[in-house]
Ligand binder design. Structure first.
Ligand code: AQP
Length: 336
């Protein structure tokens, strides 16, 4: 029987942060031990949709690959590659654009958030991002996509596109697998350290809003120390977190890093001052992240090794993706 297949990716837009790690990467490391074929890419084509710096794109792509390996993804077991090294993604995306009504894209909250008030200046790439994401997934017939909560809506769109294609061109047979989102762990949506109502994000202007995987112990301590909280003691339960988004976020982060439940951590620290809690949180984050950071730095000093991993990954990814696009075009009636 064919193995179930996982596809997921991260954008080389900036440094990876704790949200990317807890919401996605850490879960991938666990999943590679299960019965899945795993493909993990650096989604560099997505990274250009909101403006980018050509001088750092390749380096950021290598950094993503280095972060994957440093966090524990085994390149001999999983396929690690750059999205742009597999042209089938963009070809399939184009085929999908003609079966994606604008109304579906208009619902996407990520576009609304990223385009903000300057919607008319936002690129077509940013708007059509979810269609490319659908192609990223469907071109491998991935059965499961481990992502953070923020990507759930895009996954639903990928399922709608797959369903539309199957209905229109494949006589309702399951040519494209409808992918299942996998939203795992306590920290499915890590929030900004300065505003508990907005997501921790690579592209947020202030670096103090996030813990980067490349931050050293001093910087981690400084960022948690300055993280917004309130004048009350640490909440002792979820119920006490009402209107206390920042406190809830810090407990969630602690729970995810410690592999404990939210309730366990709230019971342990509830009623104490935030000073003590932030100190414990810093120690825990440093303990968990420092080995990843140093391994990442080590890997980044050996570019040739990262390129070897990316090259091998691209070969395998192309091998899987090219026949899918070929068959898609055949089903759509293209001259071959
Ligand atoms: N704050 C978060 N909490 C939990 N999971 C998160 N992810 C991102 N932010 C959080 C998950 O990380 C994976 C890779 O995300 P991405 O690189 O594709 O970009 P994104 O989702 O758009 O994340 P950012 O940090 O906000 O990037 P920018 O600012 O560059 O757009 C995904 O699985 C995502 O769910």
């Amino acid at each position: 029987m064919t193995k179930k297949r996982i596809l997921s990716g991260m954008q080389p837009t900036n440094q990876l942060h704790l949200g990317n790690y807890l919401g996605a990467l850490r879960n991938w490391v666990k999943l590679q031990e299960e019965d899945y074929e795993c493909l993990f890419c650096a989604v560099d084509l997505h990274a250009i949709t909101n403006g980018h710096n050509p001088a750092v794109l390749a380096k950021a792509t290598r950094e993503i690959a280095a972060a994957y390996v440093a966090a524990g993804i085994n390149p001999d077991k999983c396929t690690i590659f750059a999205q742009s090294a597999v042209p089938a993604h963009t070809e399939l995306m184009w085929l999908f654009t003609s079966m994606t009504p604008l109304g579906w894209l208009n619902r996407m909250t990520q576009f609304k958030e990223k385009a903000g008030k300057k919607r008319d200046n936002a690129s077509l790439g940013l708007y059509s991002y979810p269609v490319l994401m659908a192609a990223d997934i469907l071109v491998y017939n991935a059965s499961h996509v481990p992502v953070g909560e923020d990507q759930k809506q895009h996954l639903e769109l990928a399922r709608e596109i797959a369903g539309t294609f199957n209905h229109r061109y494949a006589k309702d047979e399951d040519f494209f697998t409808l992918p299942e989102p996998m939203i795992m762990g306590e920290a499915t949506r890590v929030m900004s350290l300065r505003d508990g109502t907005s997501k921790m994000s690579k592209s947020a202007v202030s670096d103090m809003t996030r813990i980067n995987l490349t931050d050293d112990a001093d910087l981690i301590a400084q960022k948690f120390k300055k993280a917004k909280t309130d004048a009350l003691p640490v909440p002792a339960s979820k119920e006490e977190c009402e209107d206390r988004a920042e406190a809830k976020n810090l407990i969630t982060i602690y729970a995810a890093l410690a592999d404990k439940s939210f309730d366990e951590v709230a019971a342990e620290f509830g009623g104490k001052g935030f000073g003590d809690f932030k100190k414990a949180l810093t120690d825990l984050a440093v303990e968990k992240l420092t080995p990843i950071t140093s391994r990442m730095n080590e890997l980044m000093s050996d570019e040739a090794e990262i390129d070897r991993i990316l090259y091998k990954g691209a070969e395998r990814a192309n091998e899987l993706a090219i026949p899918v696009v070929k068959k898609t075009k055949e089903l759509m009636g293209f001259w071959a």
